[in-house]
Design a binder for this molecule. Structure first.
Ligand code: TRP
Length: 451
């Protein structure tokens, strides 16, 4: 390779980029709802366990492959297992994040529209039908989808330091500030305590096997695992960075943000006297309704909160979409010799097109179904339920069974220089070799058979 590869400026910068990838729509629209549904504090406990016993080891597997090879997913497999079938894992993990990016940017586009609406003064007379009418008419969703991908690609095309690092350095603190402001407001509403109870009241009877599987699945999704994003970011980390500390830091920020989002959303939902839901409906239907209801009491306050909230969603979605885009760009730059600019344009074209089709699946393409699902739902289901778990499974098998143990230890402990990592290594290795593959396989099969 002729040119020296860029690196993140510091380990904090790398953690912020990874946390930016992790913190996204998953924290805001899935976590609060799942927690409430599946036993509150009891679920949070399982989620924490899943994050540190299962997801963190997977994340570390991806990181150590990426950092060891200084290559993206495809190149990494070529370096560590040349001319083997592992190259398909490389391919898979180039494609998966691009599929996620396509439909994710549709939702990112919706958030931009909602932000613009909030600034412009609200969602019209009939708030409850705003969403349905908005997504069914193709032009505005397409416009904002395009805008969202353009923003993503622009950041990525500027490179690791001046693009991704700079963007995350501002966005991540901003996100925390925004969510804390919203949470403070939400908690001050009359009736808010019901929402807090919904989130934290432990109910161990709700911890069914499927709730436990849901906690694990959510943990994968939330930490952006199994699709090579973490691997790619780690390939831009310095050799002296501490992988264990960075991984734990990322998981910690992600968890804290998920909890803050829960306390920002659920108290408001309960204060408005509505049943909490999940998914797009929670953000794009329930919340505007709540804002308009609050608007009756204090229009300016409710409008400001609405603006800040949708701004937070746009930013959270962008920091994630940037990481997905980087996987494809790294591949084209490293393996195909493209310039970063050209690579960004190619990725833009491909994901814009697939995303546009996903966007149209709420309107003109509604009848076009794959396995009974619209294109948007199909892409979501394919990636979150299968590709992420399958990718994670292959990564842990690769590190646990294919790579040499000495090499894994060497990378994990920076050549033996990190004492704490050295002491934790046996536990990590055991989890990676035996526990993680078994658990991921169970989740994968339960997704395959039960969903
Ligand atoms: N973690 C992101 C969120 O919580 C979503 C996500 C899933 C993701 N898979 C990813 C982000 C892969 C980047 C890469 O919203």
């Amino acid at each position: 390779m002729a040119k020296r590869r860029e690196k993140f400026g510091s380990s904090l910068a790398a953690v912020m980029a990874m946390a930016g990838s992790a913190i996204g729509l998953g924290n805001i629209w899935r976590f609060p709802y799942m927690t409430g549904q599946n036993g509150g504090a009891a679920f949070i406990l399982v989620y924490l366990l899943a994050a540190f016993i299962l997801s963190l080891p997977i994340m570390l597997c991806e990181s150590l492959i990426g950092r060891r090879t200084s290559s993206g997913t495809f190149g990494a497999m070529e370096k560590l297992a040349p001319r083997s079938k592992w190259k398909y894992l490389g391919f898979l993990t180039v494609i998966s994040p691009l599929v996620i990016l396509s439909y994710y940017s549709v939702v990112g586009g919706w958030s931009i529209d909602y932000f613009v609406r909030s600034v412009a003064g609200g969602f019209g007379q009939d708030v409850s039908s705003y969403f349905a009418l908005f997504v069914a008419n193709p032009s505005r969703p397409l416009l904002y989808h395009t805008l969202f991908i353009v923003a993503t690609v622009l950041v990525v095309s500027r490179g690791i330091k001046s693009g991704i690092e700079s963007f995350n350095k501002i966005s991540l603190p901003l996100l925390f500030v925004l969510i804390v402001i919203i949470m403070t407001y939400s908690l001050s509403l009359p009736g808010a305590m019901e929402g807090v109870k919904y989130l934290v009241k432990p109910d161990f009877s709700k911890l069914t096997p499927s709730a436990i599987a849901a906690a694990m699945g959510q943990s994968f999704f939330s930490l952006s695992l199994g699709v090579g994003t973490i691997l790619t970011y780690a390939s831009y980390m310095k050799k002296q960075d501490n992988l264990l500390r960075s991984g734990a830091g990322t998981a910690f920020f992600d968890m804290v943000f998920a909890l803050l989002a829960g306390f920002a959303i659920m108290p408001a939902v309960f204060a408005a006297g509505i049943e909490p839901g999940a998914g797009p409906g929670l953000i794009f239907e329930t919340l505007p309704f709540i804002f308009s209801k609050m608007g009756l009491a204090s229009p300016i306050l409710s409008r400001s909160v609405s603006i800040l909230f949708f701004l937070a969603i746009v930013v959270a979605a962008l920091t994630s979409s940037i990481s997905m885009c980087e996987v494809g760009v790294t591949y084209l730059v490293d393996e195909k010799g493209f310039s970063r600019k050209k690579a960004s344009i190619v990725i833009f074209g491909a994901t814009w097109l697939l995303g546009a089709l996903c966007s149209l699946s709420f309107g003109p393409l509604e009848q076009f179904k794959i396995l009974g699902k619209t294109l948007f739902d199909f892409c979501d289901h394919l990636t979150s339920d299968y590709l992420m778990t399958f990718g994670s499974l292959l990564f842990v098998i690769f590190v646990g069974w294919k790579m040499k143990k000495a090499d894994v230890r060497d990378e994990f402990t920076n050549g033996g220089r990190l004492g704490v990592s050295g002491r934790i290594f046996p536990v990590f290795y055991f989890l990676v070799r035996y526990v993680a593959p078994a658990v991921i396989l169970i989740i994968f099969l339960s997704n395959l058979l039960l969903k």
